[in-house]
Design a protein around this ligand. Structure first.
Ligand code: A2P
Length: 286
């Protein structure tokens, strides 16, 4: 019987081409200087979004909120893309939340991974959405759209975040309700976690909104910021550089608009080398 991958997957629900790319793993050497890790879990939320977990190299250290370059061993020179790590730095495994871009050079293949498959990861994590790039404050607002919630998934599971800020407000805006599911599950997990739940308690506030269908809260976060609806709902004063910090992650347009608004409230951009009152990072997709 012919067991070649292209035949094996022709009758399945998978995209044969995408699956073949993963199956081709054995044909290509692992490039030097990268970790080759094993997928342990894959969860698909919608036809645009999925998350996966994989083994974590024993020597790999990162700060919650950082990203790494991820690829597949399906070419001599594999395509790598930046992925924020969604798991906290204390977790035994690594978790990622990904979009599926039709025809995307990486995600078109990555979306077909299954437990047991190999994922490549470059060794050096980096990023500005880290606690170190912000001055301490009373509250930190984490503004995200779509997969931009990824770095915050790590940060809201890190006790250090609650040591640095009294209140952690996670906003997540998506096109539809189904796309909020990762965030809803995340917040529930945090609240029920024996370790982090104790820190987070009611200090973690989730503020989901949807823009393209009916929901308890609709509209872009930028509208909620500008109109003051966000602060009214939370019963909190408007952003002020003396007390509030912001982290922003989403599309280029979302970053531009949200940056403009938080700067209007007097916040200034920080970096690892010069912590300040807000930080931004693009949610990389392709
Ligand atoms: P909208 O539906 O009005 O475009 P995407 O999946 O395209 O990245 O979008 C994720 C969410 O981000 C959507 O709800 C989208 O709203 C919202 N969004 C898109 N552009 C901006 C922006 N410039 N500022 C704030 N939110 C935005």
């Amino acid at each position: 019987m012919d067991r070649r991958p292209e035949l094996r997957f022709r009758n399945s629900m998978e995209t044969p081409l995408a699956r073949d790319a993963v199956e081709a793993t054995a044909q290509f050497p692992i490039p030097p200087g990268v970790f080759a890790e094993t997928v342990t879990e894959v969860v698909h939320y919608t036809d645009r979004l999925f998350r996966f977990r994989m083994t974590r190299p024993a020597s790999f250290r990162f700060r919650s909120g950082e990203f790494v370059m991820i690829g597949l061993p399906n070419a001599l020179k594999p395509v790598f893309r930046a992925y924020s790590i969604t798991s906290p730095s204390w977790d035994d495994e690594l978790e990622f939340f990904s979009i599926k871009v039709p025809g995307g050079p990486l995600t078109e293949h990555l979306k077909a991974i299954q437990p047991g498959d190999t994922v490549l990861m470059r060794r050096k994590p980096t990023g500005t959405l880290v606690n170190d790039a912000l001055l301490s404050g009373e509250r930190v607002y984490m503004f995200s759209t779509g997969t931009g919630i990824a770095p915050f998934a790590s940060l809201v599971r890190d006790p250090e975040t609650y040591e640095k800020f009294d209140r952690v407000i996670l906003t997540h805006t998506c096109r539809d309700v189904a796309e909020l599911k990762f965030g809803l599950e995340l917040v529930e997990t945090v609240r029920n976690d024996p370790l982090v739940g104790e820190f987070a308690g009611d200090r973690l506030i989730h503020y989901p909104t949807v823009t393209r269908e009916a929901f308890v809260r609709t509209g872009r976060i930028t509208e909620h910021l500008e109109s003051g609806k966000l602060f009214e709902f939370l019963g909190l004063p408007v952003l002020a550089p003396e007390t509030d910090r912001a982290m922003i992650c989403g599309s280029m347009a979302m970053l531009r608009d949200t940056k403009r608004l938080v700067e209007g409230f007097g916040l200034t951009e920080g970096a690892n080398s010069a912590p300040s009152t807000y930080v931004v990072e693009r949610a990389f997709v392709d």
